[in-house]
Design a protein around this ligand. Structure first.
Ligand code: F3S
Length: 401
C-alpha cells in the first residue's frame, strides 16, 4: 500500500505514540482490505461512548488514550462528533441511572472531550452538528448514521468500528476500500416493494430485509416501488444496518446515486405487505409496555413536533413513562415542542437512547416504533425487554390518560 512521506513519518512514531498507534491500525485495515492508499476524511463519528456498551475495559482504553494524547499535546485532526452516551448527562437522575454508572459515563465523556471531540452525543449528527456533503469521504462508526450518510446524502463511509473511527479522528485518514470506491457502491440486488409503506412499515421492512439480504450475501439493495420521506429512510436504513450488514441502499427516483446504481441482470426479490405484516408478528410481543420510547435513531424535528401535537393539553398515564430521544441541536431548535412534551409528563432525553442506557434496571417492557430498537431491546438481548412494536401514533396514545 502506498504511503506518502508524511504518512510514513506518522507511522514511524515521529509525531508521537498516539498518532503512531492510530496509523498502525489504519494501515493494518488497509492491508487486510487491499487498499492501494490512504485518503483524507472530512469528518468522523465515534461510537463506543456508552458505559453500558463498552464497560470498564473500554473506559480504561479511552482514558489511557486520552492521557497519552494530552501528554503529547495532540487533539483529533478533523471534525469529530460523538455517539450517544448511556444517559442524559444532565437528567441522569430523573432517568433512574445510578451514581456509579453516571460517574463512569462522565469519565468516558470527559476523556473524549479532552481529545477535541465535540460533545454532540447523538446518532443523528447529520441533522445539524456534522452535516456531510455529497461525495465527501468520512469515517463514521454509528451504523444508522453510516447508512444515512451513504444512502440519503451520498457521502462515502465504511461502517467503522469504535477504535478505527478514533484512529481516523487522530490521523485524519482512512484506508481507501469498500464504500469509498465507486465500484462497490453499485447495487447487487433489486428489491421490488409492491405496497406503499408508512414510516412504521419502513422500520419493519428494514428489520426484515437486513437479515434476509445478509443471509443472501447481498450488501447494496436497490429499492423500486417506494417513495420514502427522509424520516422513512432513516428508519429503513437503521433497521437494515442493525439486523444485517447493509451500509448503503438506493431508492429509485429518490436517493442521490440511484441513476448509476444498477446494471442489467441483477437478481430481483419481491416484498409484499403480507410478508411484512407476518414479520411484525415476531417483533411485536404481547405485553403492556411500562415505557414508551421514541427516537431510535434520535427523533427528527418533524417527529418531535408530531409527538408534541398529540400530547398537547393531555394528561399522561401514571403507570407509564414516555421517553423521546433527540439530539441537543434538535431540542434547542424546538424548545416549544420539548416544553409541551415535558408539561405532559414525558421526558425529552438528550445524549442517550433506550438501547444504550441501562433501562433494564427500571423497566421490563418497552414500546417502540423503531426496527433497530426492536432488534436490540428484546429479552434475549442486553436490554432484557418485552417489546411492543407499534406505529408512533399508537404508542403515544398508549401513554395518554
Ligand atoms: Fe441511536 Fe440508540 Fe438507536 S444510538 S440508532 S437511538 S440504538
Amino acid at each position: 500500500m502506498y504511503l506518502s512521506n508524511e504518512q510514513e513519518r506518522m507511522l514511524s512514531g515521529e509525531e508521537g505514540e498516539a498518532v503512531r498507534k492510530a496509523m498502525e491500525l489504519i494501515v493494518a485495515l488497509g492491508k487486510i482490505y487491499e487498499a492501494e492508499r490512504l485518503i483524507p476524511v472530512s469528518s468522523v463519528q465515534v461510537s463506543g461512548v456508552s458505559y453500558k456498551t463498552i464497560g470498564d475495559a473500554g473506559l480504561e482504553f479511552i482514558e489511557d488514550y486520552a492521557e497519552m494524547m494530552k501528554k503529547e499535546g495532540k487533539k483529533v485532526r478533523v471534525k469529530t462528533t460523538m455517539n450517544p452516551a448511556g444517559m442524559d448527562i444532565e437528567k441522569w437522575q430523573v432517568m433512574g441511572v445510578d451514581r456509579e454508572f453516571a460517574e463512569k459515563q462522565m469519565r468516558i465523556y470527559k476523556a473524549y472531550v479532552s481529545m477535541g471531540i465535540e460533545p454532540s452525543l447523538t446518532c443523528t449528527p447529520y441533522y445539524f452538528v456534522n452535516v456531510p456533503k455529497f461525495g465527501e469521504h468520512l469515517a463514521w462508526a454509528e451504523s444508522s448514521a453510516v447508512s444515512y450518510a451513504n444512502s440519503v446524502i451520498g457521502a462515502r463511509t465504511n461502517r467503522e468500528g469504535g477504535p478505527s473511527a478514533l484512529a481516523s479522528a487522530i490521523t485524519g485518514l482512512t484506508a481507501e476500500y469498500g464504500l469509498h470506491l465507486e465500484e462497490n457502491r453499485k447495487a447487487d440486488v433489486v428489491v421490488e416493494v409492491d405496497f406503499n409503506p408508512d414510516s412504521y412499515l419502513y422500520a419493519a421492512l428494514g428489520n426484515h430485509l437486513g437479515s434476509l439480504l445478509s443471509k443472501m450475501g447481498k450488501k447494496v439493495p436497490y429499492f423500486r416501488g417506494i417513495k420514502p420521506s427522509e424520516d422513512d429512510m432513516k428508519a429503513l436504513g437503521a433497521a437494515m444496518a442493525a439486523t444485517g450488514s447493509i451500509a448503503l441502499y438506493h431508492v429509485e427516483g429518490t436517493t442521490p446515486e440511484w441513476k448509476n446504481a444498477i446494471d442489467d441482470d441483477l437478481e430481483v426479490i419481491k416484498v409484499d405487505e403480507l410478508e411484512i405484516r407476518e414479520h411484525i408478528k415476531g417483533m411485536d410481543r404481547d405485553c403492556e409496555p411500562e415505557l414508551i420510547a421514541i427516537g431510535c435513531p434520535h427523533a427528527s424535528e418533524r417527529e418531535l413536533r408530531r409527538i408534541a401535537e398529540m400530547v398537547k393539553g393531555r394528561r399522561k398515564r401514571e403507570d407509564k413513562e414516555l421517553w423521546v430521544s433527540v439530539s441537543r441541536a434538535v431540542a434547542e431548535r424546538n424548545k416549544d415542542a420539548v416544553r409541551v412534551i415535558e408539561d405532559f409528563g414525558g421526558l425529552v432525553l438528550r445524549d442517550t437512547c433506550m438501547v444504550v442506557s441501562p433501562i433494564e434496571k427500571r423497566f421490563r417492557s418497552t414500546g417502540v416504533n423503531s426496527g433497530k430498537a426492536a432488534y436490540y431491546l428484546p429479552k434475549e438481548s442486553f436490554c432484557r425487554q418485552c417489546v411492543r412494536f407499534r406505529p408512533l401514533e399508537d404508542l403515544v396514545r398508549m401513554v395518554i390518560a
